[in-house]
Design a protein around this ligand. Structure first.
Ligand code: HEC
Length: 215
């Protein structure tokens, strides 16, 4: 019995994390009556399995979202901002041609205020993210419409980030740039250097941001 008891106990760490499991386990093992004692090995296996499942489930859940990388973009050190997926929508865009994608452009609170009021340049701390997805025809939706008219977001392709910090990014009008795929930074200097080279074609009065706020 002692052998089973120790072998089947969940890890102490699991018990600490799940007080209900601890109580159940404690009640089982402190039971005095022999009829119940006979059930002990089976019950302790059950408790162990439940504990293991809970731990595995929490690990799997934690891994289901892309984990922002600590490494920044080449030259700028821009990282994927935490919580960006919860930010407000500035606008949407579709690019045909090689990219053939559909995009959502989101901003943090500082960026939202500036772009709504069109007060440029953006203040330090403003961040704009551009989430691009494959632009695909939806067979499912088209079947309902009875003709091909529905285009939707497919798999994500990349996320581009523009961060305003006039002290950090002095040679690029205060903007730092980064591109990310599946939560990982794109380490190509060529890609990252292309950002300001193109955005700088806009007049400074628009602070090198293409997107306008859509009501
Ligand atoms: C060849 C030009 C070009 C290059 C290179 C380019 N962009 Fe843009 N970017 C645009 C245009 C045009 C838009 C708006 C329309 C669109 O999204 O298609 C835009 C939109 C954005 C937006 C939404 C806010 C805004 O400025 O309108 C972000 C953020 C952004 N780009 C970041 C980047 C980053 C980061 C890179 C480099 C990794 C990059 N861009 C490279 C042209 C460019």
């Amino acid at each position: 019995m002692v052998f089973y008891r120790h072998r089947m106990l969940p890890l102490q760490a699991d018990l600490d994390n799940y007080p209900a499991l601890y109580r159940l386990n404690h009640e089982l093992f402190s039971c005095k009556r022999s009829r119940k004692m006979r059930k002990l090995p089976i019950l302790s296996v059950a408790v162990g399995v439940v504990g293991l499942l809970i731990v595995l489930f929490s690990v799997a859940k934690d891994n289901s979202e892309p984990i922002p990388t600590a490494q920044g973009s080449p030259g700028f050190g821009v990282t994927l901002p935490t919580g960006y997926r919860e930010w407000q929508v500035i606008s949407v865009a579709h690019e045909a041609g090689n990219n053939n994608d559909i995009r959502a452009i989101l901003g943090n609170d500082i960026a939202m205020k500036a772009i709504r009021d069109a007060t440029f340049p953006f203040p330090d701390g403003a961040i704009i993210v551009r989430l691009a997805y494959e632009y695909i025809s939806s067979a499912r939706n088209n079947a309902i419409f009875g003709r091909d008219q529905s285009f939707i977001a497919g798999n994500p392709t990349n996320v581009q980030v523009s961060v305003k910090d006039s002290k950090r990014f002095t040679s690029t009008a205060g903007w730092g740039y980064g591109q990310f795929e599946s939560g990982k930074v794109n380490t190509s200097e060529k890609v990252t250097n292309s950002c300001f080279a193109c955005h700088a074609k806009l007049p400074a009065s628009e602070d090198f941001v293409f997107t306008k706020y859509s009501n």
